[in-house]
Design a protein around this ligand. Structure first.
Ligand code: OGA
Ligand code: MN
Length: 219
């Protein structure tokens, strides 16, 4: 019988436990093999076979102030709507993570949205934060990388900065299965240009900001 090497197994409970510990102690968590390999493979297959027309050039800001600017971000995105098996597996996994984090850390995570992202060669995303202080909206960011056999010289690292002043960020190679989670308001980050096509999923958990006059998030 072939017993698979431990290093290749991503056990959900182990990973969820590590993520919640990391969030509690440092506010971010970087996990090579962060998601079960079969889900990473299914997403990789799905994304590499998706027709180009499904992707839209990503904008900055939401709705009315939606703006497309290559000098800030050059990726093309497609929202994960759960209309594919791979997309459904991803959304289910993210929901399991949500439940775990809500039990362990009382984060009150409510809804989740995510998009596939394709960065063509040389595209980048300038240093930014995913949510602003006091804007009780996006509280937790998740990024999953979907590139097979990525080499250090291919570039395209995520650089995660520990605070606004930090200039020496932590570089993460966007290799298939690597999962990064961080508090959306706390960690500025950027995507460096790559020499190759770079694939990822970026997602955000929100708290429920609804009150009498406004339903937020809308669904
Ligand atoms: C984002 C983002 C990081 C990445 O979409 O907001 O920061 O590595 N993505 O794809
Ligand atoms: Mn971001």
């Amino acid at each position: 019988m072939n017993i698979p090497c431990n290093a290749t197994i991503a056990n959900d409970l182990d990973v969820f436990g590590k993520i919640s510990n990391d969030l509690q102690t440092q506010g971010f968590s970087i996990n090579p093999l962060g998601i079960p390999r079969d889900i990473a493979d299914a997403l990789h297959f799905h994304l590499t076979h998706m027709p180009n027309e499904k992707f839209n050039h990503a904008g900055i800001g939401r709705e009315q102030d939606f703006d497309k600017d290559d000098t800030i971000r050059g990726d093309e995105i497609c929202w994960v709507l759960g209309d594919s098996i791979a997309g459904q597996q991803w959304l289910r996994w993210c929901d399991d993570l949500k439940q775990h984090l809500n039990r362990r850390l009382f984060l009150g995570l409510f809804s989740f949205e995510s998009h596939f992202a394709h960065y063509p060669p040389q595209a980048f995303y300038q240093r930014h934060v995913d949510a602003f202080h006091g804007d009780k909206n996006r509280v937790l960011s998740v990024v999953l990388y979907l590139n097979k056999d990525w080499q250090a010289q291919d570039g395209g690292e995520l650089v995660l900065y520990k605070n606004e002043q930090d200039v020496d960020g932590i570089k993460v190679i966007p290799e298939l299965g690597t999962l990064v989670v961080f508090l959306s308001e706390e960690f500025p980050h950027e995507v460096l240009p790559a020499t190759k096509n770079r694939l990822s999923i970026a997602g955000w958990y929100r708290v429920n900001g609804s009150h009498e006059h406004k339903v937020d998030p809308p669904n």
